[in-house]
Design a binder for this molecule. Structure first.
Ligand code: GLN
Length: 491
């Protein structure tokens, strides 16, 4: 195995030096989307004109000798729950079909200001609720490594777009694993920042105490470059914190020697899939080889994470999704009576999983059940956070698998919501604790499916996660298999 090329960093460099034009890079991405997205369904909207115009502006700025941003000419796809000014934003829901936001999300604004070329909006589970993209109202996304399998979710389109080289990077959102889990299934680097690190202004809210925006890239260094751009305080998001953004790229060059890695033994051992287990063993060997020290840690309350998450997240979703009433955005099913109009719009506009969550959340918040369910879940959430505090007394990074299995087949879990929810069993605890967590590719199964390892850090210590991920990538990166990342390329 070998580290993949850092195409984001290299492209920005080549455009700055004039070795490539931004328009060339953009056309290449648009051509790949044209050629392959029929099979993948990663995009809900391709902004051909907007992308070419942005690329032209980069080339003009260069011609005039103006300074270029750190992402000059880099093609980026945006999950379709992030607002893009004048560009359709649907959350893969019929209820928002055709809606064009009047403003850009903060992270989108920052990408544009850094010279990035936004090529389009990617497919997802409706309102980011799901683990496979099978909940999209516009059809599922295919996993580029094996078209009969899911790409993970909910940011499946963003993960698949990068894995298949349709864009050089992408943004997703992660509430309980939606960046890390598809990152693992599609063999790309996936970053969920600390809660408060990246502004959610313009991210359509699912569960506000959990939602974070994060990047997908082919290499760890590329993710560091994106994080340097999108992280930072934004007064428009009350949960965004004023903390200095470190040089993440520099952290990728720091040797892992001396790093203390806490292995969540019970989670590693809970994995039944022999190939995921083997990839975990290889990762631990790689870290040892890089000079890291391994210690065992335990997260005694992590086993409650699925229950806690599906109370907290659904409660928050039931409140957040109340705004889709047929009056303000998107779909309106016309009826003479206002209440009927709202009811019918919501009945027709929301898919079954979204309705399930709204009902579960409403129930958990209702009088008589609030204390028994919602309040109790909040208390257990605090215990999960304390488990991490204890773990970080003895280590700098907590390691677990990202997912219990590699990408599963379409339809394998759609009949059983609980089986689907269990796909996030390892990604939920860091979300509930508000901690930064990455998924880094760490191997392939014999059948050629990627496996990811999850690294969780102290609050605002993404830098250490970049350092540890870079060490894993250097030894276990999928670089030499990159070409296999999209089977359609063989044709
Ligand atoms: N799969 C989880 C869910 O369905 C997480 C989704 C997410 O992170 N947006 O809620």
């Amino acid at each position: 195995m070998s580290a993949p090329r850092s195409i984001v960093v290299q492209t920005a460099e080549a455009v700055r030096k004039g070795e490539r034009t931004a328009v060339e890079v953009c056309e290449e991405s648009l051509a790949r989307i044209e050629r392959h997205d029929g099979a993948l369904n990663a995009f809900l909207y391709v902004d051909r004109e907007g992308a070419l115009e942005a690329a032209r502006r980069v080339d003009e700025a260069r011609a005039k000798g103006e300074p270029l941003g750190p992402l000059a000419g880099v093609t980026i796809a945006i999950k379709d729950n992030l607002c893009t000014r004048g560009v359709p934003t649907s959350c893969a829901s019929k209820i928002l079909e055709g809606w064009r936001p009047p403003y850009d999300a903060d992270s989108v604004e920052r990408l544009r200001a850094a010279g990035a070329v936004l090529v389009g909006k990617t497919n997802l589970d409706e309102f980011a609720m799901g683990s496979s993209t099978e909940n999209s109202a516009f059809g599922p996304v295919k996993n580029p490594w094996d078209l009969s399998r899911v790409p993970g979710g909910s940011s499946g389109g963003s993960a698949a777009a990068v894995a298949a080289g349709l864009s050089q990077a992408s943004l997703g959102s992660d509430t309980g694993g939606s960046v890390r889990q598809p990152g693992a299934f599609c063999g790309v680097t996936a970053v969920k920042p600390t809660y408060g690190r990246v502004s959610r202004y313009g991210l359509i809210a699912f569960a506000s105490s959990l939602d974070q925006v994060g990047p997908f890239t082919k290499s760890v260094r590329d993710a560091a470059r994106l994080m340097e751009v999108i992280a930072g305080h934004d007064p428009r998001d009350a949960t965004s914190l004023e903390r200095e953004v470190p040089r993440y790229e520099a952290a990728c060059d720091e040797p892992a020697k001396g790093l203390r890695v806490g292995v969540v033994r019970s989670q590693v051992e809970a994995v039944e899939d022999a190939e995921v287990r083997a990839a975990m063993d290889a990762t631990l060997d790689a870290l040892r080889d890089a000079g890291a020290t391994l210690v065992d840690v335990e997260l005694p309350h992590a086993k409650y994470a699925v229950s806690v998450y599906y109370l907290v997240a659904t409660a928050e979703a039931s409140s957040n999704l109340a705004r889709f009433d047929g009056v303000r955005y998107g779909l309106r099913v016309s009826r003479d009576d206002l209440v009927e109009m709202v009811e019918e719009t919501r009945a027709q506009g929301f898919g079954p999983e979204v309705k399930r969550r709204i009902m579960l959340g409403t129930y958990a918040l209702s009088a008589g059940y609030y204390d028994a369910f919602y309040l109790k879940a909040q208390k257990v959430r605090t215990l999960i956070r304390r488990d991490y505090d204890a773990a970080f007394e003895v280590c700098d990074v907590v390691l677990s698998p990202t997912t219990p299995t590699p990408a599963f087949e379409f339809g394998a879990r759609t009949h059983d919501p609980l089986a689907m929810y269990l796909a996030d069993i390892f990604t939920l605890p860091p979300s509930l604790a508000g901690l930064p967590a990455f998924s880094t590719p760490c191997g392939l199964t014999k059948g050629g499916l990627p496996v990811g390892v999850q690294l969780t850090g102290r609050p605002f210590d993404e830098a250490t996660l970049f350092r540890a991920s870079a060490a894993i990538e250097a030894r276990l990166g999928l670089g030499e298999h990159e070409a296999r990342a999209f089977l359609g390329d063989k044709a």
